[in-house]
Write a protein that binds this ligand. Structure first.
Ligand SMILES: *Cc1c(COP(=O)(O)O)cnc(C)c1O
Length: 465
């Protein structure tokens, strides 16, 4: 057949719509019509672009067209935000969504998300209430604090503190604590955005209490400590403990704030990790205001939690900026329900995915990886696969340099290079994200969830059978 005939034989849009089988209710008539038009364009271009010698190979029938139409519909209307499988071994992977919420809180969260609630309504009084009281109750029960305020994230929390107390005034920070967290958040930039003037004291590796005291002027309205959670200063270092800074703050009547970063509830030494200051320890040190993230080691939704003295929290509640940093009801519902899990420490460990992944023993990882390997091996696939010892990281700017022994599946195939294999799994329906180390592809069992074992085995089967 000649090009001309092939083109003439292409069906009309209306005809295709009648004949092809796209009885999928998730697409409207106009979506389907548009997709049919695009698929016919695709075949038309295919004919036009092919050389005369290749024309007889072109086969265009209803089945071919249906497949193309479906492909176009699926691609065009798929949701952009998709689930992926994290095989990287980085627990708090900010690019992959950081913390995973506990399965056990989903009913509570959905109830609030999908229905009316007392978000800003005082049920006792039958009048307007405050959205900020809900989490306050839980945090007060867990920690001994005077008051609480929750905002969009920890960056917002720091911004609110600085704007409330040190706008057009001075805030003193140690040079060793002028950190950048995850690219977008730099303490000096947040300070300038808040209108606070940054007064740097000490040196990168050593700052003493006298350095702070010498820098205090009439304009000083805040003493700030930043937990350098994403880098380590080792060797000849010295920084000022909270209690010394508190004494100084009291002497000059200046509030002291600590940006704790990760905000961990458990003493991580319990899990064989290096000690990280816990929320409770920081509160106990008597510091006036503490801020931390909801979705780092706390394992909740993205949020910035501010705890501290009531007089200071009250001042922040009056700041107009709070309106722009306002936390959503879904976040509040998820945060409150996550915090409630902490009343039973064993329950928290089992039910909060971040804590569970952090606390797996090497024996548990070994058992789990063998189950996964078995499921894959049973499929008799055209790949090489073995279990090896490796290391996971915490991520999310938490605990730099701290790695945890883990188990990985090293996967290879003589058909694909390591980078092609990585790409194939990443772009597969299940979006399996692995790690390449020393030109080897690996999946770390620590960050893979139990209900993902079958998905991985089936995906590998569809790709390598
Ligand atoms: C992570 C981090 C932040 C930013 O917190 P987000 O919740 O991501 O906004 C701020 N300060 C420190 C010290 C951090 O570690």
């Amino acid at each position: 057949m000649e090009k001309r005939d092939l083109l003439r034989n292409l069906p009309a849009v209306e005809e295709v719509l009648k004949q092809v089988n796209i009885k999928d209710d998730s697409y409207t008539k106009s979506m389907k019509t548009e997709a049919v038009r695009e698929s016919l364009d695709y075949f038309r271009n295919m004919i036009l672009d092919s050389s005369d010698g290749n024309l007889e190979k072109i086969k265009i029938d209803n089945d071919e067209i249906t497949i193309k139409v479906r492909e176009i519909l699926e691609k065009k209307y798929s949701l952009s935000l998709e689930k992926v499988i994290n095989g990287t071994g980085t627990i708090l992977h900010t690019n992959l969504g950081r913390s995973l919420l506990s399965e056990s809180i989903k009913d509570e969260v959905w109830k609030i998300a999908s229905g009316y609630s007392n978000l800003e309504y005082d049920l006792e009084k039958g009048k307007r209430g405050s959205r900020y009281i809900h989490v306050t109750k839980m945090i007060k029960l867990l920690f001994n604090v005077e008051d609480v305020l929750v905002v969009n994230n920890n960056a917002a929390a720091v911004l609110l503190v600085l704007s409330t107390f040190a706008k057009n005034k001075e805030a003193i920070v140690s040079r060793g604590e002028l950190v950048e967290v995850g690219g977008a958040f730099r303490i000096p930039s947040v300070m300038s955005m808040s209108g606070a003037k940054l007064v740097e004291v000490g040196s990168t590796n050593k700052t003493r209490i006298e350095d702070y005291e010498e820098a205090i002027t009439e304009e000083t309205k805040l003493l700030m400590k930043v937990h350098t959670s994403n880098y380590k200063l080792i060797g000849f270092t010295e920084n000022v403990p909270n209690n010394e800074l508190n004494v100084l703050g009291k002497k000059y009547n200046i509030p002291v704030v600590e940006d704790l970063g990760s905000g961990v509830y458990f003493d991580l030494e319990k899990f064989g990790l290096k000690h990280e200051p816990t929320i409770a320890e920081s509160i106990k040190s008597g510091i006036d205001i503490i801020t931390f993230s909801g979705d780092k080691l706390l394992g909740g939704p993205q949020a910035g939690i501010i705890v501290g003295k009531k007089e200071y929290i009250d001042e922040m509640k009056k700041n107009q900026l709070l309106r722009a940093l306002r936390v959503d009801k879904i976040t509040l519902a998820a945060l409150e329900a996550t915090l409630k899990l902490y009343f039973d420490e064993e329950k928290a460990k089992d039910n909060i995915p971040t804590i569970r992944m952090l606390s797996y023993s090497i024996e548990e990882l070994e058992t789990r990886i063998k189950i996964l390997l078995n499921k894959i091996s049973n499929k008799n696939l055209d790949i090489e696969i073995s279990i090896e010892n490796e290391f996971s990281t915490i991520g999310g700017g938490s605990m730099p340099g701290e790695v945890i022994p883990s188990k990985v599946l090293v996967i290879s195939t003589n058909k694909l290079s390591v980078s092609k294999l990585e790409e194939k799994l990443r772009l597969s329906k299940s979006h399996i994200i692995g790690r390449i180390k020393e030109d080897r592809y690996m999946l770390d069992i620590r960050t893979i969830q139990d209900d993902e074992f079958d998905i991985i085995a089936n995906e590998l089967e569809s790709l390598f059978k």
